[in-house]
Write a protein that binds this ligand. Sequence first.
Ligand code: SAH
Length: 356
Amino acid sequence: MSFDTVIIKIMDQIDIKSFNKEELTAFVTQAGLPKFRADQLYQWMHQKLAASPDEMTNLPAAMREDLKRHCSYATLRMIDRQISRLDGTQKFLFAMPDDALVESVFMKYRFGNSVCISSQVGCRMGCRFCASTLDGLQRSLLPSEMLEQVYSIRRITGEKISHVVVMGTGEPLDNYENLVKFLRLLTDENGMNLSQRNITVSTCGIVPRIRDLAREKLSITLALSLHAATDEKRREIMPVAQRYTIAELMDACRYYFETTGRRITFEYSLIAGVNDSAQDAEQLAHLAGDAGAHINLIPVNPVKERGYVQPAMDAVYAFQNKLEKHGINVSIRRVLGRDIDGACGQLRHRHLGVPG
Ligand code: SAH
């Protein structure tokens, strides 16, 4: 049996890079090939990061040809690359096989190199301070397309990658199945073998999916984009807050912590005159205290379409101090890549040519 027979039975393009080891083995053996070919193929894709089946020199030529003809390989085309002169941050704009555009970022930290990936093409969550949502949601990304952002950056930069954050465009929990598959592939010991502890998934707070994710028993860090400490305020800046109250969110966070043993991070983008008052800090401190959460303060990255501005740095430090007085663990997000299109979705938005 050749791949052709299988393809005709299933569909015309197989997304082999989204298969886990068992699925790939079933696929390869159904095609009449020995099981070890699946091991080799998996290793080429996920460990050696081959850019094309042409590189898979220990596979028979006929198999490589079949792969090229019948399987999608999810290679991304680099459309733009910006390198910050300030801190070496690199921002990439990649085109998917269907020309959909996504952004990914490479950052250097003292603890290692980190890649920030997108989970969707655009976003439908509508957060008012975020550029990713300006053009709406085009589609969700496949596991292979999330992986390939990490793999492409590894190939292009030649740098080791130890950390991955799912904090680019899109709401990862609005693409739940593909996200979980991606996380398992990325941390597979037969693949890139990233430590689950070095992966952060950031969500605007889709309560039922937070509970689902807790039950996956992954050792990843969950970051919750809170940005306001009362429902009233949160609803002004995040439409998702109409669906879930902060009380429901806090319950889900508690469940996540109890189930996984992993502490949550609260992300809080400080917007001048909107959520940076002393009272905001008090209310936030209580929420974080109850949840045992760490807080990551992010002076809002101005997006000119939105008109929000960040508070002066001394106001940011004052806010941090107030939280720390309550014994809360607080960090201020180090600003990287300010001289390139730093904020989520800005590079893609500019390339789409939308006026504004
Ligand atoms: N949808 C997910 C992940 C993508 S956004 C989420 O909401 O968490 C990643 C983080 O960047 C979120 O905390 C988001 O609220 C924040 N963010 C988006 N636009 C921003 C901006 N202009 N300035 C500061 N933070 C921003």
